[in-house]
Design a binder for this molecule. Structure first.
Ligand code: ADP
Ligand code: ADP
Length: 228
């Protein structure tokens, strides 16, 4: 059974822009799905709808069987979002960021889990550092720790490596693979084919609001290979 079931999803913004046009897609538990497409394709809109930040104009989304419109509370517990922009309180300590976000989800404190999470992201030694003191890579890992603070089953990463250098990009890829090994389902957006190829099990190509195709990486690469 898919963990996320997107059925005939559409979004037309008030401006008239059709950002998503009848997209249907099922995402299985434990997979890494990359949504690949150019700027303006509709990737962020799709993630934002699933995460409850944007209201769709058509279609349905179910997360773990919970319809996001009728049972948002059930759905949101299963989801973590790493936004594109780094938004952190500069003077907050790393460990407090994670505790605070966990509280926002209504989860009781769990120091053992917070420690495990920070260790798994190589942030434990920095737990008492203020976020402003951290490198770019560490800040991104703090965002991931915040997104995982309530133990979601699905993690969304919106353009996780936009504007970062090659070394940091590779660091992010390693973090994502490690999370998958821990059983987290991952959906990421990217406009780099290389990134989708390197990280994902399945690649969905999205353009002008339409999902053009969505296939296991091996099949997709095989098809491209045949043409050359
Ligand atoms: P991507 O993430 O693939 O770059 P977006 O989902 O951000 O694509 O954008 C898809 C389309 O919707 C673009 O044409 C964009 O300009 C438009 N769009 C995005 N957000 C809004 C908004 N809040 N209001 C109006 N149009 C928007
Ligand atoms: P930096 O230059 O290192 O990014 P700044 O001193 O410019 O950090 O502060 C960045 C933002 O954080 C400012 O908008 C400031 O108002 C806000 N800020 C100030 N004090 C605090 C605080 N105690 N916790 C969180 N944010 C704060």
């Amino acid at each position: 059974r898919p963990i996320i079931d997107i059925d005939h999803l559409s979004k037309r913004y008030d401006s008239g822009t059709v950002a998503l046009n009848d997209v249907s897609l099922q995402i299985n538990e434990g997979e890494i799905l990359a949504l690949l497409g150019p700027n303006g394709a509709g990737k962020t809109t799709m993630i934002s709808i699933i995460c409850g930040l944007v209201v769709p104009t058509g279609g349905t989304v179910r997360v773990g069987g919970h319809d996001i419109r009728t049972d948002w509370r059930g759905a949101r517990k299963l989801i973590g979002l790493v936004p594109q922009e780094i938004l952190l309180e500069p003077f907050e300590k790393v460990i407090d960021c994670v505790r605070f976000t966990r509280g926002l989800y209504g989860e009781p404190p769990d120091e053992a889990y917070v420690e495990q999470l920070l260790r798994s992201l190589a942030l434990w030694d920095k737990r008492d550092a203020r976020t402003r003191e951290l490198s770019g890579g560490m800040k991104r890992r703090v965002l991931i720790a915040k997104a995982l603070s309530h133990r979601p089953k699905v993690l969304f990463l919106d353009e996780p490596t936009a504007g970062v250098d090659v070394a940091l990009r590779r660091e992010m890829w390693a973090v994502v693979r490690d999370l998958r090994a821990q059983g987290v389902t991952i959906i990421l957006t990217t406009h780099y084919l290389e990134e989708a190829e390197d990280m994902a099990d399945r690649i969905g190509v999205i353009n002008r609001g339409q999902l053009l195709l969505c296939q296991p990486k091996a099949e997709l690469m095989g098809e491209f290979g045949k043409k050359h």
